[in-house]
Design a protein around this ligand. Structure first.
Ligand code: PLP
Length: 387
């Protein structure tokens, strides 16, 4: 069997794959099994923050693999503790729980909100409010949090206690907080899977105000928007928010599975011994990788992300066949006159990998993608979107 046959025969059919197999690469250039080269504008869905086989990242991973690959959370581990310290120093958060994925990072956030509310507001305060069009993961709890019915079909019953409200409607939000016993609200500052849609700034601020007026927690899902993606270390910083809990994953360890749930001073002691856990969470190799990634997301890199973003927005908006461009930083959604799938296929043929989000083409390039590759990729995209 060839690779495609092998995969469709034996791998669960949950993914509609593009006809590409990535076997190697360097930075923002990746190569398929036949030696064809592509400019990667997807980074494995915002995971490979510094591209493929990045030198410093590789050294950090190899060095840790050579020492110990896993210890378990019953022992102390330096990469884990140092990463938690770095995350707290860079965000002002006070404690971090490590897991392996975005969904798990959000599960932890929900547990923090429910326990905090049970102890401070009363055990009936368990409702978690989320936004319509959101995406928070694929576990049964994070599916319940995901405000898109399409993901829920045939998986009922989901975890109870979730209510989703329309983005932008502060009156509906006030009503829900008045009528429900709310423990917290979970938002994405830029809805990624929902079509790369930034929240209106005044709405984001209203969410924080209303949550805090009711003693509920503001939780920000930074799984996709985090770790420099939107031009600030975390997107909430660009929105001027003060979350009680921040979850992240995807780009955090630059290509290894790592989730983190950060807790502010107010909730730092909510989780105690036995309240939560993970076998792999805080794995030393993943944490060493994340130390390398986070250590390099400095002010200069973030300024560079914002500069490339501005260039991309201007370039894309001037292209015939582009209807609209949304997003923040290097997280960009493009509505095209042609169907997105057609544009993406034409890009693949032209040697450029991009993703989709709802009916849009989505770009999530490496934070350090060279300008020259962005220019080349946009030349291919210009032809692909041309009506
Ligand atoms: C990808 C994503 C998740 C889920 O992350 P997994 O690692 O796939 O569990 C959750 N929230 C947001 C905003 C995401 O983009």
């Amino acid at each position: 069997m060839n690779l495609k046959e092998l995969d469709t025969t034996y791998v669960a059919g949950t993914y509609k794959r593009f006809p590409v197999d990535i076997v190697a690469g360097k930075g923002s250039l990746v190569r398929d099994g036949e030696g064809r080269e592509y400019i990667d504008l997807g980074t494995g869905i915002a995971v490979n923050s510094f591209g493929v086989a990045d030198e410093a990242w590789q050294q950090a991973v190899i060095a840790q693999v050579g020492k110990v690959q896993h210890t378990c959370n019953l022992y102390y581990s330096e990469p884990c503790a140092k990463l938690a310290e770095m995350l707290c120093a860079r965000t002002g958060m006070k404690k971090v729980f490590f897991s392996n994925s975005g969904a798990e990072a959000n599960e932890c956030a929900v547990k923090v909100a429910r326990k905090y509310a049970a102890e401070h507001l009363g055990p009936e305060y368990s409702t978690i409010v989320t936004l319509k069009n959101s995406f928070h993961g694929r576990t049964l709890t994070t599916l319940a949090a995901t405000g898109q019915d399409a993901f829920h079909k045939l998986f009922a019953p989901l975890t109870p206690g979730f209510v989703s409200v329309a983005v932008g409607d502060t009156e509906e939000l006030e009503r829900v907080f008045a009528g429900e016993k709310v423990a917290g609200i979970l938002i994405e500052c830029v809805q990624g899977e929902g079509g790369v849609c930034p929240l209106p700034q005044d709405y984001a601020q209203a969410v924080e105000r209303i949550a805090h007026e009711h003693g509920a927690l503001l939780m920000v899902d930074e799984v996709q928007t985090g770790n420099g993606r939107t031009g600030t270390l975390y997107a909430y910083m660009g929105f001027g928010l003060h979350p009680d809990v921040v979850s992240t994953a995807k780009g955090l360890a630059g290509g290894l599975p790592l989730g983190a749930t950060m807790m502010s001073e107010k909730v730092q002691d909510v989780l105690g011994p036995g309240d939560h856990g993970s076998t792999f969470g805080g794995n030393p190799v993943c944490c060493a990788a994340a130390l390398s990634v986070l250590g390099r997301i400095d002010d200069a890199l973030l300024a560079d992300v914002r500069e490339k973003s501005a260039w991309l927005f201007n370039t894309l908006r001037a292209m015939p066949g582009v209807v609209s461009v949304t997003g923040k930083g290097l997280m960009i959604g493009v509505k095209t006159e042609k169907p997105a799938s057609e544009v993406i296929s034409a890009c693949i043929d032209g040697g450029v990998l991009c993703l989709s989000a709802k009916d849009k083409v989505r770009f999530l390039p490496a934070l350090n993608i060279p300008m020259e590759l962005l220019e080349k990729a946009m030349a291919v995209f210009r032809e692909a979107v041309r009506p």
